[in-house]
Design a protein around this ligand. Structure first.
Ligand SMILES: [Zn+2]
Length: 221
């Protein structure tokens, strides 16, 4: 039965989009809405009261969530970010170690294919590197000095991802870079510098990076 008097908001939709719905636990469509509370008589709005905070409604479960729920990336976007992170780390470590090392090329190729670039072979990786660096990275490259856009690429690929990964996930990414560096022997100074940059972009503390990289040398061989 409808109440005689009541107060309920009336919503207006500003934007439609897709988000990760905390209620459904998956990617869904949402409508972002703002509203105003209305005094209602038999359910009919008769008198506007104050505005209510904007919110997001899932079109699937109809749950209403705060605007901060839009800051969480969708699963689709997170997958894309992770794939790009793997790819960029592989490129950076391959450049830092020099592409003459066959074992490093193999390791980098595997990382990139495991990440979802199934058709990306060594040839494509080398071509991408040559294009970025403007040179043939046969010898180890100091990313800080001669890395072309690679350091920028690292920041662009890793920084948006870092807040959404647990510590363990960020450590795992760093260790995948370490594996490429160690594939052809111990860390070169260029590789060590590249891994430090990766750790920084992933918001890992310096002592954590040192400890992980040190541990990786003991398990690599
Ligand atoms: Zn939902």
């Amino acid at each position: 039965m409808t109440q005689l008097w009541g107060v309920r908001p009336r919503w207006r939709t500003d934007v439609l989009g897709d988000f990760f719905c905390p209620g459904c636990g998956g990617d869904r469509n949402y409508r972002r809405q703002h509203g105003r509370r209305w005094l209602r008589l038999f359910g009919t709005p008769v008198l506007p009261l104050g505005p209510v905070l904007g919110s997001v409604q899932c079109t699937n479960c109809l749950g209403r969530y705060g605007l901060e729920s839009l800051e969480q990336p969708t699963s689709g976007r997170l997958t894309g970010l992770l794939r790009d992170a793997h790819y960029t780390i592989a490129l950076a470590l391959l450049a830092a170690g020099g592409t003459n090392a066959a074992a490093a090329r193999t390791e980098a190729g595997e990382l990139v294919r495991d990440a979802g670039f199934e058709d990306c072979g060594e040839a494509q990786l080398l071509a991408a590197l040559a294009a970025l660096l403007g040179l043939d990275a046969g010898e180890p490259v100091d990313l800080q000095a001669d890395g072309g856009g690679l350091l920028v690429e690292l920041h662009a690929a890793l920084e948006p991802l870092a807040p959404h990964l647990a510590q363990q996930g960020r450590e795992r990414l760093l260790l995948q870079g370490a594996r490429i560096a160690l594939a052809d022997g111990r860390y070169l100074p260029q590789e060590r510098a590249a891994l430090t940059a990766v750790g920084g972009c992933l918001r890992l503390a310096e002592d954590v990076v040192d400890r992980l990289l040190e541990a990786a040398t003991r398990t690599a061989h």
